[in-house]
Each structure stands twice: as structure tokens, then as C-alpha cells.
Design a protein. Structure first.
Length: 77
């Protein structure tokens, strides 16, 4: 079980101002960040509560979270 925080601000503190700016000014970025936040919250909730879910579904959720984070990082850079 992991309770590590994967928020964008935690993982990319050097881009905190840029994240805030893009959330306000870039609709695509805002949508991706929102999807990432919701998915991360869901994954961490399952981990913390040790709620049973199929490994395949859980792995798909984590894979999508990584894909979103990679896409967001490319936009930040």
C-alpha cells in the first residue's frame, strides 16, 4: 500500500507557477490536469483503503495516470 502523493504540484514543484497559469489559460491543459487529478485521487483512494479491484483495472488506471503525467510534462516544458 502506498500513500505517496502524486499531485502535479508535488511531482513538478519547479513548474508550480506554470501549472497555475496553464490551468487558467489553456483549455486542453486544464482538461488534462483535471482528469489527472481525478484519476490520481481515485488510485490513491483505492491504495489507502485497500479496496479490492481487479489488478487489470487498477493497472490500467495507473498506466493512464502515467500517460497523462507525461503529456502534461511535455506541455509544461
Amino acid at each position: 500500500m502506498s500513500d505517496f502523493n502524486h499531485s502535479l504540484y508535488t511531482d513538478f514543484p519547479q513548474y508550480a507557477d506554470r501549472i497555475r497559469q496553464l490551468k487558467q489559460e489553456d483549455e486542453t491543459f486544464a482538461r488534462l490536469a483535471s482528469e489527472y487529478h481525478k484519476l490520481d485521487h481515485r488510485v490513491r483512494g483505492l491504495e489507502v483503503r485497500d479496496i479490492p479491484t481487479s489488478d487489470q483495472i487498477f493497472e490500467q488506471m495507473k498506466l493512464r495516470r502515467v500517460q497523462l503525467k507525461d503529456q502534461i510534462l511535455r506541455m509544461l516544458e
